[in-house]
Design a protein around this ligand. Sequence first.
Ligand SMILES: Cc1cc2nc3c(=O)[nH]c(=O)nc-3n(C[C@H](O)[C@H](O)[C@H](O)COP(=O)(O)OP(=O)(O)OC[C@H]3O[C@@H](n4cnc5c(N)ncnc54)[C@H](O)[C@@H]3O)c2cc1C
Length: 388
Amino acid sequence: MKIFEALEQGRRWTEDERMLLAQVDRLAKEVIAPNAAEVDEKSAFPWANIKAINELGLNAIFVPEAFGGAPMSFKVYLAIVRRIAEACASTGIIYATNFHAMKPLIEFGSQEQKSRLLPCIAEGGLAALAITEETAGSDATGMRTRFRPDGDDVVVDGAKLFITNGDVADRILLFGKYSEIDDPRKAISVLVLEKGTAGFEVAGLERKMGHRGSSTASLRFDGCRVPRANLIGRPGDGLDILLASLNRSRPSIAAHALGIANAAFKDMVAYINERKQSGRKIIDFQANQFLLADLASDLAMAELWLDRLAERIDAGEKDFGLEASIAKMRASDVANRVATEAVQMHGGYGYCSDFRVERLMRDAKITQIWEGTNQVHRQLIGRSFATK
Ligand SMILES: Cc1cc2nc3c(=O)[nH]c(=O)nc-3n(C[C@H](O)[C@H](O)[C@H](O)COP(=O)(O)OP(=O)(O)OC[C@H]3O[C@@H](n4cnc5c(N)ncnc54)[C@H](O)[C@@H]3O)c2cc1C
């Protein structure tokens, strides 16, 4: 593990950051990881983990001070996501989704909106980001949810699918099309829906391969009246806000995937240092040393790329969409490879749920699908080399 210890030591945290990360490490080890198997087995929302996360005030680190937060760097936020996901991928995505959903409000909302809608999140509320629909998956512009202005309200009709935290969120960042704008791309708009709004209902919850502790809800909106004051930006600003938001959530998804990869790598190394066959430890077979070398290199490179990206974002750079795509695509591919090989190195035991790698392999898969499938990211990255 020397490579990874050196990598961590090379990260220059401030004293405050170091102290917070040490607290997160303790939280991950003492609370979140011990709950993870049961959360998965029972498909139970991990309320105890969320309570413990909120006792540390981890939502506050991405909320501006003026709205109840205690902001820290994006790099620290990513380090926290990675640590929580390493302990429990479900809890990791619940926490990260609060950030994904609220960052656009923080960046594009008015002062009035932020002072009204953000303190609840800084105090530990949950948030959801609702983009996907039956007709709008990889191509979000196919969405059909309709926003119709009516006096001081916007009336929402439509449905969303696969919404993480959708059933438990206090705030839902909801995308739809403004009825008064004809061009379907230019019509995309975004508003914040508050918990308990009449006309909004949770239509169902998915049963999933992995991330079973994180809820994935289908939502229905039927004449749902949202105050016009909750519309972020102007009608039609939605697509720009969406694209800008994905540039922040993709590095976050990469950090989450690397958490899963780290857990799988550690379990694999521990197991093959113990297990013996033909009178030798499994790690003593050269083929397996080569495998470890390849996986460790891929993991270290993905970590370094994400560190570099986080530093650029913290420095205020704006143009990093392709780098974010590379981070998301590569980290999720690495997570899947490491988790699959970790199962392989456990032999038959890896296929059984007594060992954590079985869950990690199931948890890893979705990281190649959400926040833009990896095919879509490959297309974006590859297309960038085409001459005009
Ligand atoms: C557990 C879970 C949680 C989720 N959480 C959220 C959430 O919180 N909020 C939210 O809005 N959404 C969420 N999603 C939705 C997720 O982002 C979408 O599932 C994803 O974007 C893919 O859309 P789709 O499922 O409709 O697949 P499709 O777009 O139908 O894709 C099907 C296949 O076609 C391929 N494909 C599509 N277009 C192209 C192309 N241009 N080039 C090459 N191949 C292509 C895809 O890569 C994929 O392999 C979640 C999904 C899941 C399963």
